[in-house]
Design a protein around this ligand. Structure first.
Ligand SMILES: [Cu+2]
Length: 154
């Protein structure tokens, strides 16, 4: 069974590109930053054909990027870094709805509404294949109540 899968993949031209197409990211967005704000959250909906994990993320406009979960502690919403985010086969994982987000830390420049910010996700399928998926996140206008974007402390 493994062999026929391999043959199928080899029949196509670029192996990594094939897997990359099997991971789809849509509705990626973030918000414009307020003056002095140097971190931002990115949300997206990720669908992987094969069972896989999102294992790393890097973003062009940020020094580092992490995957975070949000948990309530009393009345406080706390963010925690996670090692990986599960992507069950064929299931659209809405990061926000699942309690996750991508965290851009050490922004190199402000995020401006109407523009895009670019990230690269590293996805590892459960059968060991790794691929990089390019993501462009739309920058939405900053909302009046600044939500919990400043609850992040590093
Ligand atoms: Cu966070």
């Amino acid at each position: 069974m493994k062999k026929s899968l391999m043959l199928g993949i080899l029949a196509m031209s670029a192996v990594t590109a094939v897997f990359a197409e099997e991971v789809k990211v849509k509705d990626a967005w973030t918000r414009a930053t307020a003056p002095g704000q140097d971190s931002a959250m990115v949300q997206a909906v990720i669908t992987s054909k094969q069972a896989a994990k999102l294992v790393a993320v890097a973003c062009k406009d940020a020094t580092t990027a992490e995957m975070h979960s949000m948990v309530m502690e009393g009345d406080l919403m706390k963010m925690r870094q996670v090692e990986a985010i599960e992507l069950p086969a064929g299931k659209a994982v809405d990061l926000g709805a699942a309690g996750y987000h991508l965290m851009l830390l050490g922004l190199k420049k402000p995020l401006v509404a109407g523009k895009k910010t670019f990230c690269e996700m590293r996805v590892r399928s459960d059968n060991g294949k790794e691929s990089k998926v390019q993501v462009s996140a739309k920058v939405q206008p900053l909302v009046a109540e600044a939500e919990h974007q400043h609850m992040h402390h590093h």
